[in-house]
Design a protein around this ligand. Structure first.
Ligand code: C2E
Ligand code: MG
Ligand code: MG
Ligand code: MG
Length: 282
């Protein structure tokens, strides 16, 4: 019942309150308790070597099943976590949980794989990022060479000098670094050279259009070629079909990730795709 007499402006505006902002506020308040209420979990998505079909690593992807709101997509709640600062405790939880999981797999006798974890802009800018990563590695006993951090182009470009310093410090810890969603930002190749990266991830929007759109195909080819000349591993994200995979294979893209191989899945399902070390010896 909206009364638009004009006398009761407050009521008018509050009842007209933008539905989006309202949902955002409700989600933020629910997200505040998500960790305590055990509503967060991590799914893992395989990264596959296109040529050998080996599973080389997984990407940890956060999932939120809220008692009040049901399943909420990370594309909706990560920005809310970011704006509210909740991404700091949540991000630390992801780091610790995913590193612990990777160590557990190794201790169970599986062939070691890489664990990729997404860092948010705010996490990346935190002064204590380096000690947090260091402590996580010490606490979980995971060898740093099995930890890979994914940062986006846009994040790295906010303050280039600061990013270079941070990335170098991370590299000194022994972790590897990926540039996520590559091609969607606007970093010049010159900066790309300055960042001590290991992996370029081609954004899934280009892979999606690789069959239908010549420009996307050209961009994918260019990114693969840049990766080779900078000595970086290149991975395609969002690979859904055999046709897409065939093009990537012929262009000598190294790795692929996407529904074609597997969606993100819980740890116990991912285990079915891992190889025991002893199977290799046999
Ligand atoms: P991202 O890091 O670029 O992750 C890739 C996204 O593509 C994931 O979406 C994944 O589920 C989705 N994906 C994988 N394969 C396919 C495919 O074949 N087709 C299509 N259409 N999509 C595919 P998701 O899980 O919804 O995550 C969205 C974004 O949320 C991530 O993009 C990342 O930026 C952010 N995010 C997720 N988990 C975390 C986290 O723990 N910390 C932070 N800071 N950000 C996270
Ligand atoms: Mg990512
Ligand atoms: Mg990505
Ligand atoms: Mg993306």
């Amino acid at each position: 019942a909206v009364k638009t007499s004009g006398k009761n402006n407050y009521q008018y505006y509050s009842s007209e309150m933008n539905q989006k902002n309202k949902r955002k506020m409700l989600l933020e308040s629910a997200l505040r308790n998500a960790l305590n209420h055990n509503e967060l979990s991590i799914y893992y998505q395989p990264k596959i070597n296109i040529h050998t079909k080996e599973l080389t690593g997984v990407e940890a992807l956060l999932r939120w099943n809220s008692t009040e709101h049901g399943t909420v997509s990370p594309t909706e709640f990560i920005p809310i976590a970011e704006e509210s600062g909740l991404i700091i405790p949540i991000g630390e939880w992801v780091l610790k949980t995913a590193c612990k999981q990777n160590k557990l797999w190794q201790d169970s006798g599986y062939v070691p794989i890489n664990m990729s974890i997404n860092l948010s802009a705010r996490q990346f800018q935190q002064n204590n990022l380096i000690p947090v990563i260091k402590e996580t590695l010490e606490e979980t006993q995971l060898d740093s060479k099995y930890l890979n951090l994914e940062i986006t182009e846009t994040m790295a470009m906010i303050n280039i000098n600061q990013s270079v310093t941070k990335l170098k410090q991370l590299k000194e810890l022994g972790v590897s670094l990926s540039l996520d969603d590559f091609g969607t930002g606007y970093s010049s190749l010159n900066y790309l050279k300055k960042f001590p990266l290991d992996v370029l991830k081609i954004d899934k929007s280009f892979i999606h259009d690789i069959i239908s759109d010549e420009q996307s195909t050209a961009i994918v080819k260019a990114i693969i070629s840049v990766s080779k000349s900078l000595n970086l591993t290149v991975i395609a994200e969002g690979v859904e079909t055999i046709e897409q995979l065939e093009i990537l294979k012929s262009e000598k893209c190294d790795l692929a990730q996407g529904y074609y191989y597997s969606p993100p899945i819980p740890a116990y399902e991912l285990e079915k795709m891992l190889t025991f070390t002893e199977e290799l010896i046999k």
